[in-house]
Design a protein around this ligand. Structure first.
Ligand SMILES: Nc1ncnc2c1ncn2[C@@H]1O[C@H](COP(=O)(O)OP(=O)(O)OP(=O)(O)O)[C@@H](O)[C@H]1O
Ligand SMILES: [Mg+2]
Length: 590
């Protein structure tokens, strides 16, 4: 019980249960790479064995030249040279093979974590800053993969080195072995002290590193705003402040490491001097040979190296469990539901274009703040439905619920197939939707790359047809490289209206039965906007379209118009009422 309390105390910054979970998580990975780990253990054995043989060989060499032993000097010299050469060869092979193994493990873990992140519930993962995610994804995964490969082999080989060396000393001089073992209680005390402090240092430093990366990422993304508001020096100052906090903490940690390592070196020095004094005494009293004396000196060096390596495994373990905890905090977030048929009519024939969308008594809140209340609406196939309402009322939120990105607190959102099969919206139902989000949603790459994202096998003709329908082909065809023109990050080198039209073309190319447009034509002039909407309804088959807008021109093209007001959705049935609402919105905007 006392022992358990002690461990609990060691890890005081986190609960033992959490640490055990982290260790279990790490062990799961470790198990997968057993072969690689065994390879490292074998290498460790080999180099430790060669080191010990080298030490013994030097003892016999010195004894031979000082006349205590007439063993074949040539053989010993050959053995010593052989061991040194062997060490170089093993070192080179280790470097090559271990680079391959560690790169493979690192990339494998990274891609696995990446896949998990992609399937996490969108609302849950959105709570993390992308800089923090990036930091965890890059540096924490690196720390984990490095420690999976090195920690256990280091523990085994260092223990072997420690015990092997101790046994040889014990064989030649038990008193000397006892002197070297004085270090054991010191190690125990230090490890206890190290663990409790290091855990909290590690947590805090990773947090600060994420904070720094988030700040850097955000400032590079918003360079334009920073420049336009003349905030360069303010942001420079902010960076320095974050850096100072990071530096302060790093230096604190460094001081802590210096104290502990100096203390350990002091202990090591004391034991070194004691063993040296003891061996000099035994040499003076004629109990041991010069060769044995040399052996002792080498072995005590090897012993203290093994001892420091074992001690250094403690921070390594803490660092690995901290990183495991940070990755677990992401990969163990709830995953998206992928499939939910509420009423499956089996094999009955389905016309995928005849999808009806139904929202039944949907409520939605963000962190306890209710945005949508008891929303019920049916969207018939091949109709245009408009959703209006002042800014911040919940239009985008409603589209995200339809896409299954946000889960309603109450009620359900269903897709009803032509054969009366019903399916709840989820990640699996997203194939029935094409979406043009509010704001820029383009990737860096060529126009064609962006279009092919949603249909990798799209032909040139299909892409041109989609661009034409989105009224984008006119400007694309006059570009020197046409649809192979490069779009920079977040649409750099294109206008907002052009990016909107390319996004609409991408959504059209997807050929999904339901098209969701969130203020998707807000940057277009009146005529282009009208033309785009007409084309959308005629492109391929006429699709079901749900759009949000503030513009009267668009709303008037809708079959049905709904307004969100104080979380409630109500249909605007008469044109004069619609005009009134839109005028009110314009007045509010002004
Ligand atoms: N992740 C979030 N967490 C908490 N609140 C949020 C979150 N996203 C949006 N909100 C809040 O929910 C409300 C609805 O936002 P939403 O983006 O749906 O409005 P909107 O009607 O699309 O507005 P706009 O016309 O300006 O695009 C807003 O008041 C907003 O502050
Ligand atoms: Mg919106």
């Amino acid at each position: 019980m006392k022992f358990i309390n002690l461990i609990v105390h060691k890890f005081h910054a986190k609960s033992l249960e959490e640490i055990l979970l982290e260790v279990k998580w790490l062990l799961n990975y470790t198990r997968r790479y057993t072969k690689a780990i065994l390879f490292y253990v074998a290498l460790g054995f080999l180099s430790t064995g060669m080191g010990l043989i080298g030490s013994l060989a030097s003892k016999y060499l010195i004894d031979a030249v000082t006349g205590y032993d007439s063993t074949n000097i040539k053989l010993i010299v050959a053995l010593m040279i052989g061991m040194s050469l062997g060490d170089i060869v093993v070192g080179a092979a280790t470097s090559r093979i271990s680079t391959k193994i560690s790169m493979n493990v690192k990339l494998e873990i990274q891609s696995e974590v990446y896949d998990r992140i992609m399937c996490i519930d969108w609302e849950a993962v959105s709570a993390f800053h992308s800089g923090d995610l990036l930091n965890r994804f890059a540096s924490d995964v690196n720390i984990i993969s490095d420690s999976i490969l090195s920690w256990l082999p280091s523990l085994v080989t260092r223990l072997l080195q420690f015990l092997g060396t101790l046994l040889i000393i014990l064989y030649y001089d038990p008193t000397m072995a006892a002197i070297t073992l004085i270090s054991a209680p010191v190690t125990f005390f230090m490890s206890r002290f190290l663990m409790s402090r290091m855990r909290s240092y590690n947590d805090k430093m990773r947090q600060l590193s994420s904070e720094m990366m988030s700040f850097q990422e955000e400032s590079f993304q918003n360079l334009q705003i920073i420049k336009c508001f003349d905030l360069c020096s303010i942001f420079g100052q902010k960076l320095r402040e974050v850096q100072q906090r990071y530096l302060g903490f790093t230096l604190d940690y460094n001081l802590f490491s210096i104290y502990t390592s100096s203390f350990l070196s002091f202990v090591g020095m004391g034991i070194g001097l004691a063993t040296f004094g003891w061996s000099v005494f035994r040499l003076w009293s004629g109990d041991i040979t010069y060769g044995t004396m040399t052996l002792f000196l080498q072995l005590s060096g090897s012993l203290s190296a093994a001892f420091s390596s074992l001690i250094s495994l403690i921070p390594a373990a803490i660092s690995a469990t901290t990183s495991a905890g940070r990755i677990m905090a992401i990969v163990e977030l709830p995953q998206e539901t992928r499939f939910a048929h509420v009423n499956d009519k089996g094999d009955a024939e389905v016309n995928e274009d005849e999808l009806e969308l139904q929202l039944c008594n949907v409520d939605f809140s963000y962190q306890g703040r209710q945005i949508l209340k008891d929303i019920s609406v049916t969207v018939k196939p091949h109709t245009i439905t408009g959703i209006i309402g002042p800014s911040g009322v919940g239009k985008t939120t409603l589209l995200h619920i339809i896409l299954g990105l946000l889960n309603p607190g109450k009620g359900e959102v269903k897709l009803i197939h032509s054969n009366a099969s019903e399916m709840l919206v989820s990640a699996a139902a997203r194939k029935y939707f094409a979406y043009v989000p509010q704001g820029k949603s383009i990737f860096s790459g060529t126009i064609a790359d962006n279009l092919r994202l949603v249909k990798p096998d799209a032909t040139q003709e299909e892409m041109i047809a989609a661009l034409k329908a989105a009224c984008a082909y006119d400007f694309v065809q006059v570009l020197p490289e046409g649809i192979d023109t490069y779009i920079g990050e977040r649409g750099y080198n294109f206008s907002d209206g052009q990016i909107q039209r390319i996004s609409i073309a991408r959504a059209l190319l997807r050929n999904a039965p339901v098209l969701l447009l969130d203020e998707a034509t807000s940057a277009l002039d009146f005529e282009t906007e009208q033309q785009v909407l007409k084309n959308i309804m005629q492109y391929s088959t006429s699709r079901t379209c749900i759009l949000t807008s503030h513009k009267q021109s668009i709303i008037q093209m809708c079959d049905k118009v709904y307004q969100i007001n104080q979380g409630k959705l109500s249909e605007l049935v008469n044109d004069s009422l619609l005009d009134e609402v839109l005028e009110e919105e314009v007045a509010v905007a002004l």
